[in-house]
Design a protein around this ligand. Structure first.
Ligand SMILES: [Zn+2]
Length: 238
């Protein structure tokens, strides 16, 4: 796993607003503390999320973009790309690969953080089909698309210089082989999660669940009780 001193820029590619805050916001707070520039790419606007039937669905995309932008600020992230795909309908299309490649070529990150392209049979919620589709499309964008100067002839991303990403960090799951101790950043991760007001019927219960999850992850990686950690499968893509 590259260390912050070896990284200038990180791109986080997620299916929905709030995915990054559940899974990696502690790590991101520590990266931005260390001077790394972190950029978010949100594939959908999360139009299908939430619980409140009184909010018109046509308003949900704007609400969720605003919530994600506030949450990003809590962990030191000021740059967000919204690709505008429709929540619940994400498929691994050439259009999606093109769109993600364009963001990779624009941001030029050493590290990309994204979902697993593989369904985790032990995690129904973690394996939302949008998550797996975004994970697969992002892996395709990392290799070969973004680094292939001949990819996407005639389309906008072909106008940008090609770029090779050094590492992909896949969010948690059974294949995780590395971790980041986020104990010092947990309060900021919780603050980021709480920005997603439209998604939480009971924010205190969400906080308790998240504290327990990331506490058990820390213990699984041998950290002392009371610690919290986020875990990743680190893939060398050089
Ligand atoms: Zn999600």
């Amino acid at each position: 796993m590259l260390q912050p001193s070896e990284i200038e820029r990180v791109l986080v590619v997620m299916a929905h607003p709030d995915d990054v805050d559940f899974s990696a916001a502690g790590t991101i707070a520590l990266l931005t503390d260390a001077g790394v520039e972190v950029v978010y790419c949100l594939v959908t606007d999360g139009q299908a999320g939430g619980f409140d039937h009184s909010i018109p669905r046509t308003e949900m995309a704007a609400i969720r973009r605003e919530e994600q932008t506030k949450a990003a600020a809590e962990v030191g992230v000021a740059s967000l790309h919204f690709l505008g795909h429709v929540d619940g309908s994400v498929e691994v299309t050439m259009q999606l690969r093109h769109d993600i490649s364009g963001v990779i070529r624009t941001v030029r990150p050493q590290v990309v953080i994204t979902h697993s392209p593989v369904r985790d049979l032990a995690s129904t919620y973690g394996s939302h089909p949008d998550h797996n589709a975004v994970g697969e499309a992002t892996m395709c964008a990392v290799y070969p698309d973004a680094r292939n100067p001949f990819a996407f002839p005639g389309l906008p991303s072909a106008e940008l210089d090609d770029w090779a990403v050094d590492e992909v960090w896949i969010l948690n799951g059974p294949d995780a082989d590395d971790f980041v101790d986020i104990t010092a950043a947990l309060d900021r991760k919780i603050a980021a999660l709480r920005c997603h007001v439209s998604q939480h019927v009971d924010p205190d219960a969400v906080e308790a669940r998240v504290r327990a999850w990331w506490g058990s992850t820390a213990v699984a990686f041998g950290l002392p009780a009371g610690s919290t950690a986020e875990s990743f499968r680190v893939i060398d893509t050089r």
